[in-house]
Design a binder for this molecule. Sequence first.
Ligand code: M6R
Length: 614
Amino acid sequence: MCGIVGYVGPRPALEVLIPGLRRLEYRGYDSAGIVVAAPGGLRVLKTPGKIQRLEERVRAEWMGTSAAGSQCGIAHTRWATHGPPTEVNAHPHTDHCGRLAIVHNGIIENYADLKRQLEARGHVFTSQTDTEVLAHLIGVLAEENDVLSAICAALRQVEGTLGVAVVHADHPDRIWVVRRGSPIVLGMGDSETIVASDAAAIVAHTNRVIYLDDDDVAIVTAGSIDVRTAQNVPVSRQVAQLDWDVHTAEKSGYEHFMLKEIFEQPEALRNAMRGRLDPATGSAKLGGLAMDPREIAQVRRVVLVACGTSLHAGMVGRLYFEDLADLPTSVEQAAEFRYRNPILSPHDLVVAISQSGETADTLAAVREARQKGAALAGICNVVGSTIARETGRGVYLHAGPEIGVASTKAFTCQVVVLLLIALKFARCRRLCREEGERIGEAIASTPDLVARVLERNDRIAAVAEKYAAARDVFFIGRGHLYPVALEGALKLKEISYAHAEGYHAAELKHGPIALLEPSVPVVALALDVPGRDKMIGNIQECRARHAPVIALATDGDSTIASMVEDVIWLPPCSPLVAPIPAAVALQLLAYHVARVRGCEIDQPRNLAKSVTVE
Ligand code: M6R
C-alpha cells in the first residue's frame, strides 16, 4: 500500500523518480507527490489522481528550473488512509519550517496524541494525515540534533508501521530511510543509490540490493549506505541479488499486467515446482521449509492463515492436507484469527499464505501464532518480505512479480506449492511411493494444462462479451472447486464491479436461490471430478429458476453441455489439480468482462496491491 522511491546520484533525480513511481503505481494510485533538493531549498509538487497528472505538472512547472536538475529527491504514490486523496493530503509532507520533507508508508497509531502535543507548542497542520505529524516531530527534534539522531528520537515516540524516506534542505546529497514493519529496499547502482518500498522501482537500475530489517535507519548517499539500529548503532546488512530483470516488471506488449500475468502462468508454475519434485522418492524437496521427517511426523494440525485470494488458495490446500496427509487442517481468515482465542500448541503448524508477504492481517496472525507457541512457516512470493522473514522458513512461489492488483499467477502457484507441501507431509506420514509419484505427475502436468486453457482465450472472451452487462452473477462449485467459485467471484467483482457471489453449489438452495432470475447468470464449475453428478442437480435447480448457466465442463461432456446456456471447455485433468485450470478460465472470464465494461483493470477503484493496514 503506497509506494516510495528515492534517488541520489549523478543523474537528474526526476529521471529515476517518475519511472519509479510508475512501476509502483500498482501499490496505490489515488494521489502522488515528489520533493527534490534544489539550490535555495526543497521543491515540492503534489497532485491528486494518477502519476500521469504529477508528471504533467512536473513538465509544466519544473522543466528548465533547478528542480529538474536536482540529483536528490524522494517521491510517493498514495493509497489514502488518513484523509481523502487530495493535494494537501498527498505526500511528501514537510516540517514546520519547510526544510525537511518525508514520504511514508504505513500508519502512525499514536499520531493524534503526538499532534495534540505539537499543536500545544504552536504547530499548525495543513493536512489530515498522520505523516505530517511525523514530519513535524522529526523537524522539531532536528532543531537540536543532527537529522539521524532526530529520526532515532522520533522512532522512540511513534507507534505503528513505518517505511519512511526523509530529505533535508541542508543536506542535498543524502536521503535517510527507516523501516519499521513496512519494507524498504536499497538499490546499489553505479555511483548512485535508489531507495524504494519494493524492488520493482529498482530493477531497471541495478540488481544489487540491501533489504533493511525492522527498526533499521540508513543514511544513503550516491556512493554509500550507512545502516544503523534505531539506537544509532552501526549494523551491517547483506547485499542480495535480485533474481528478476526489468522485463518482468513491464507489460511486454500485453494491454494489462493482469493479462500478462494470466499468460505467464505456465512459466510461473514451472518455476514454482522447479527442482522441487523428486520422482525417485515420489515426494517433494522443499529446503526452505526446513522440516525433517521427524518434525513433520510430530505435526498434529495444520492451520492456514491468509486473506483474499490467498485465503481461497488455503481452502484448496486444506483439502490436500486432509486427503493426502490425513492431517486435521483449518483455514483461518487472518483478520479474525487474533481476535479469537486460537488454541495452539507446538504441534500445530501455522502456515501464512501471502503473495506480497506484507498483508497486515496475515502478519498479525503470524505474530499471534508465534506468541502462542505454534510452529510457523510461510508461503510467500516476495522474497525478503516481512511475513517470509518473520515465519523464518517456508516455500517461496517464485512466480515473479505480480503487479496487477487482481491476484492471478500467485493463486495457481500457491495451490501448487500447497500441494507440494501436502505431498511431502503425506509421504512422511502415510502415503506410498507409487501414490506420491502419481501426485507428482499431476503436479508436473499443470503448466501444459494451463497452456491449453490459455489457447481457449477467444472462446472465453466471447462468453464474457455475452454476459458482460450482467449486474449480478453467481459462481457455484463443490469440493476442490468450491474455493475456485469464491475466487472466480472475487476476481469478477474486484475488476469489473459486477456484483458477484461465490457459493457452495449445495448452499444455493438455502437462501441465495431466491435471487435467481433470467438476468442473473450462474457460472457452474462442473468439471469431470468428484461431485459432478451432484452439480448436475444444482444446475437443474438454477435452470428451473430461468437463470442462464455458464458451465466450466471437461472436453466432450455432452451431458453438461445439453443442460446449460454456454460452456467453457477445459482439458481433462486429475481432480487434485482441477482448481488450477478452472481458476485460469475464471481469471480470463473476469478480465474480459472488465475489458468490455471499460474498467481500469490493473488499478481497480478503491483497491491497492498489498494491504498493509488492518
Ligand atoms: O499479498 P496477499 O496474498 O497477502 O494479499 C491478500 C489479498 O489482499 C489479495 O489476495 C487480494 O484479495 C487480491 N486483490 C485479490 O485479487
